[in-house]
Design a protein around this ligand. Structure first.
Ligand SMILES: *Cc1c(COP(=O)(O)O)cnc(C)c1O
Length: 456
């Protein structure tokens, strides 16, 4: 097989799979390209030892600038009168190395808790922000959260609490800044998170019963994460627009629709919808609905979180042992020196499927069907893809004194904050690739650091 065929086999260099930065070099090793810079991941992992998380800030920068450009260009072409702004939902990845480059590229933020807002306060005080940045505040408004919202409003940060319950409407009655309200729609979508009844937001009846609200600017909704069908995103927009028109009749200050998150990531490298045509449908749908209803074109906010950050990080694991499987759809267990349960927690929580590729021996002709097992003693600490196994090179083909490494792609969303300490497993180091330089943002957790969390 030629080099290009291996690249195709591992689904690298494909735009709709978000694998364009990945290449295979002449020695069958994984390399990452950033413009004319190149990083050899096999060298990297031998230097820093696995397991490591490798973060590529240039990927989030490119993804966000392309998204904003697409919205702005489409708005111009469609003669749409409203503006677009992107808000990064901080819960998807609160690491400084993720948030700061996004803000630099023009992202506004969405916080979901008092502690995330505390991070915002730190950035505001550190003058990391342009003074025009806007912060949306979702999540239950505890007294501590409300106090911080009020504090930042007093410090002239544009902060928009989103009212999600009738109690919050009352609690925020005297708040002088602008506000939003979250709509809970009954619409059903194709997503893992779609529940018959969810607790977020208010029904249309409840929202309208609130009457006139001081400085109401934003109608927000979030139909779920990883929405697998683009038609559902448009259907939700149409549904929410009906409420928008009724609410605007009572509150003429209302000028923005915030469609939340949900843009799906092709984790399994099967084709989903693409961004550009969906943006076009969003703009033209809103334009036509507004024109028909005789209201000005609303400003649009999206909070697509994992769409922007998931492909910017991958996790590299070392294979530390193997074991035969007597009878099963796979031939061998490969044990890794990391854990799916502690550091890729969605594997366990929602049976998340990943794209797993080798880091060396990518050009191996013979492969084996394996199950992957993590370091914890938990029988749930394992991984197989949708076909019931993972296809990887054979360990017996790895030369003496050499190790085999694998990469789990698209681990930049949610996993860092979900990480836990079952069996006191250390979280991997975080390595950053930028401008041709390799830096260590976070060292691998030491036994002392973990012990401390448990009072030792
Ligand atoms: C979780 C969440 C998001 C981000 O969802 P993604 O699936 O990552 O796009 C955006 N907005 C709100 C309100 C959320 O709760």
């Amino acid at each position: 097989m030629k080099k290009n065929n291996f690249k195709k086999f591992w689904k690298l260099g494909v735009k709709e799979f978000n694998t364009t930065p990945f290449e295979i070099n002449g020695d069958g090793e994984l390399v990452v390209r950033e413009g004319n810079y190149q990083y050899n991941i096999y060298d990297l992992v031998r230097k820093f030892d696995a397991s490591i998380k490798v973060y590529m800030p240039f990927v989030v920068e490119q993804r966000l600038s392309h998204l904003i450009e697409t919205f702005n260009d489409t708005i111009k072409q469609a003669k749409y009168k409203g503006k677009y702004t992107y808000h990064f939902p901080m819960k998807v990845n609160q690491n400084k190395e993720f948030v700061l480059p996004l803000v630099a590229e023009g992202a506004h933020l969405e916080a979901t808790s008092a502690n995330e807002l505390w991070v915002v306060k730190k950035m505001w005080e550190g003058e990391n922000f342009h003074s025009k940045i806007r912060i949306l505040c979702n999540g239950p408004k505890t007294p501590q959260y409300i106090k911080l919202i009020q504090h930042l409003e007093d410090k002239n940060l544009t902060i928009t609490p989103i009212i999600e319950t009738m109690d919050e409407a009352e609690l925020l009655k005297d708040f002088k800044g602008e506000r939003g309200v979250r709509l809970n729609m009954t619409l059903k979508v194709s997503s893992h998170w779609d529940k018959k009844i969810d607790r977020f937001g208010l029904s249309e009846e409840e929202i309208l019963s609130l009457g006139k609200m001081r400085n109401l600017r934003v109608l927000h909704y979030h139909i779920g994460s990883q929405v697998l069908v683009d038609n559902d995103i448009i259907a939700a927009l149409r549904e929410a627009f009906k409420t928008y028109v009724k609410l605007r009749a009572i509150n003429p200050t209302l000028d923005t629709i915030d469609i939340g998150g949900g843009f799906a990531v092709p984790y399994e490298k099967k084709k989903l919808y693409s961004m550009e045509p969906l943006v076009k449908r969003i703009i033209t749908t809103l334009r036509d609905l507004s024109d028909r209803a005789g209201v000005p074109h609303p400003d649009i906010i999206t909070e697509w979180g994992q769409y922007i950050v998931a492909p910017s990080q991958f996790t590299v694991l070392k294979i530390v042992g193997s074991k035969n499987i007597p009878k099963g759809v796979a031939q061998k267990w490969y044990m890794v020196d990391g854990s799916f349960m502690t550091d890729l927690l969605d594997t366990w929580a929602i049976h998340q499927k990943w794209h797993v590729i080798p880091v060396n021996h990518m050009d191996a002709k013979k492969k084996e069907r394996v199950w992957l097992a993590g370091l914890t003693c938990d029988s749930d600490d394992k991984y197989a893809d949708a076909d019931g196994h993972v296809l990887l090179p054979r360990l017996e083909d790895v030369a003496q004194g050499e190790d085999m490494y694998i990469a789990v792609l698209d681990t930049g969303a949610y996993q860092d904050a979900f990480a836990m300490h079952h069996c006191l497993i250390s979280s991997p180091a975080k390595i950053v690739l930028q401008n041709g330089l390799v830096t260590v943002a976070r060292k691998r957790e030491s036994p002392e650091e973990i012990g401390k969390l448990f009072g030792w």
